[in-house]
Ligand binder design. Structure first.
Ligand code: DGP
Length: 113
């Protein structure tokens, strides 16, 4: 728990969020500023700054499984969807707590900007 981290505060329940799914190691909640009809963030319960600092394969696996569970529950499997994580300044990361973006409900462009 990092008191100054907004996503840690969501895990702790002290900052509200629309939680859509969870498992032992990860939590999924709706993005405050959605970039697609479905935009859910999947985070580890522990504070990990980004993928660059991640070392726990089980934790990363739990996040990926939860992302797929969310996509399925949100009805995205037939149409397809995107899972992405931003790392550091050039990656466009604004919140320094590892998160997967699960985006769907519209066609995605490639490459991303
Ligand atoms: P990134 O730019 O990859 O670090 O994505 C951070 C995302 O987090 C961005 O899409 C907006 C979202 N976000 C930031 N603050 C909050 C918050 O307090 N609650 C929720 N639900 N989402 C947030």
């Amino acid at each position: 728990m990092n008191e100054s981290c907004i996503f840690c505060r969501i895990v702790a329940g002290s900052t509200p969020a629309t939680i859509v799914a969870h498992n032992e190691q990860a939590l999924a909640f709706r993005d405050l500023h959605p970039k697609a009809p479905v935009h859910v963030l999947v985070i580890p319960r522990r504070h990990v700054t980004s993928l660059a600092e991640a070392t726990d394969a089980a934790e990363l696996g739990a996040m990926m499984v939860l992302a797929a569970d969310v996509a399925s529950a949100e009805g995205l499997v037939a149409g397809g969807y995107r899972v992405v994580t931003n790392i550091g300044a050039d990656g466009g990361q604004t919140v320094p707590h590892l998160h997967l973006h699960v985006l769907g409900g519209r066609s995605m462009a490639w490459p991303p900007g």
